[in-house]
Design a protein around this ligand. Structure first.
Ligand code: PMP
Length: 394
């Protein structure tokens, strides 16, 4: 029977990783996959994660199932980290999920269950997995203008105009911070304007927050999410712990559904438990337990925050170095956007041909849409990349 299957498209980023591995040049630079790397190219286990794992190993006396929605202490700890008490706890339904991707997938399933005709408005561009999961489960994705290819900032003439075409029963997907793939983010006034449009149209917002702590700081990166959640009657939030705790393979995420009142919360909570049961039953626990252990222990929490801050400042420094070097080489400020962008990524905003040229001629690996992982750089490779960008005529 399986001969009827069609070949599925390969994941472009994973294919790029393979090409990088096979490239014999020792000058090659990997700016592809979205994983944080330190100056030596390693993705270390964070100190607090190691300590939490040791504590869990010493004290855990059973591996019996948790609950269908995971350990409630994990939901509480994550809700506090993301929302910091801006809405009443009894209006928030939450479920642990396998990674942020699991949260995104369950959110889309919940949307489809609530309204079979819902459309999901997505930024153009967005994380490609948003589009492929929407298409896979049969929800229409409606792109809204987001990235301005001239300024490499947000196209804020286009975005609200496009969002105004959403209706009640539709969903507007927003990146809470550190937009992937562009690195361009809304400022506070622009977030206010988006909230206004959401209130006008009655569309339901969904926030994907996968990089809290990678942009301007833990609280700063959640500020827009908190403001939005406090202003709208209902909202979905898909949070990932993969990046800010560096626990990618542990598959640790949380889906939150915020309702207008506690009665609706109960319905949402039951729906999240049902969806977990249908898709994978009990969610993974180890990563969630690491996160809970860190967030509820003062010493571990402050050590985690300190290390996360080092990571954040390191990426910010690389952004500044790259923008400065490009300013020196080009004699212009046209690459200043690299220092303005936040998070792990920047969209260079060049053609697929130039991206290929950078790879073939210079051994620089970035995703085909010209997304660069800034954490793939270090002080030695910043000048190499800057020179390649200028030589390639970007
Ligand atoms: N959303 C966005 C925008 C992302 O970039 C990612 C990570 N690539 C995720 C969600 C989910 O990541 P994970 O499933 O690894 O937690």
């Amino acid at each position: 029977m399986f001969e009827t299957l069609k070949t599925q498209p390969a994941d472009k980023i994973l294919a790029l990783m393979q090409m990088y591995r096979e490239d014999p040049r020792d000058t090659k630079v990997d700016l592809g996959v979205g994983v944080y790397k330190d100056a030596t190219g390693l993705t270390p286990v964070m100190r607090a994660v190691k300590a939490a794992e040791q504590k869990i190993w010493e004290t855990q006396d059973t591996k019996v199932y948790t609950g269908l929605i995971g350990d409630p202490a994990y939901s509480d700890a994550m809700i506090e980290l993301v929302l910091d008490g801006v809405v009443a706890r009894n209006t928030i339904a939450a479920a642990a999920t396998p990674g942020g991707t699991g949260a995104v997938r369950q959110a889309f399933e919940m949307i489809r269950m609530a309204n079979a005709n819902a459309r999901v408005f997505v930024s153009n561009p967005t994380w490609p997995n948003h589009l492929s999961i929407l298409s896979y489960i049969g929800i229409e994705a409606v792109p809204y203008r987001y990235f301005d290819n001239e300024t490499r900032g947000v196209d804020f003439d286009g975005m609200p105009a496009d969002l105004k075409t959403a209706k009640k029963g539709d969903v507007v997907l927003l990146h809470g911070c550190c937009h992937n793939p562009t690195g361009a983010n809304l400022n506070a006034a622009e977030w206010d304007a988006v909230i206004e449009v959401l209130l006008e149209t009655g569309a339901t917002p969904m926030i994907d927050i996968a990089y809290q702590g990678f942009g301007d700081g833990l609280a700063e990166d959640a500020a827009a999410t908190r403001k939005l959640v406090a202003a709208v009657p209902e909202c979905l939030i898909a949070a990932s712990c993969s990046k800010n705790f560096g626990i990618y393979r542990e598959r640790t995420g949380l889906l939150m559904a915020i309702a207008a009142d506690p009665a609706a919360q109960a319905l949402n909570q039951g729906t999240l438990a049902y969806l977990n049961r249908q898709n994978y039953s009990f969610p993974p626990d180890h990563g969630a337990r690491i996160v809970t252990t860190i967030l509820t222990d003062d010493a571990l929490r402050s050590d985690w925050m300190a290390e996360l801050e080092e990571v954040r400042l390191g990426m910010l420094d690389l952004r500044k170095q790259l923008a400065t070097e490009l300013q020196r080489l080009s004699g212009s400020d046209r690459f200043g956007f690299l220092a303005q962008h936040r998070g792990m990524f920047s969209l260079l905003g060049t053609s697929p041909e130039k991206v290929e040229l950078l790879r073939k001629e210079h051994g620089i690996y970035m995703v085909g849409d010209s997304r660069m992982n800034i954490a793939g750089l270090n002080a030695d490779t910043v000048p190499v990349l800057a020179k390649a960008i200028i030589d390639a005529g970007v």
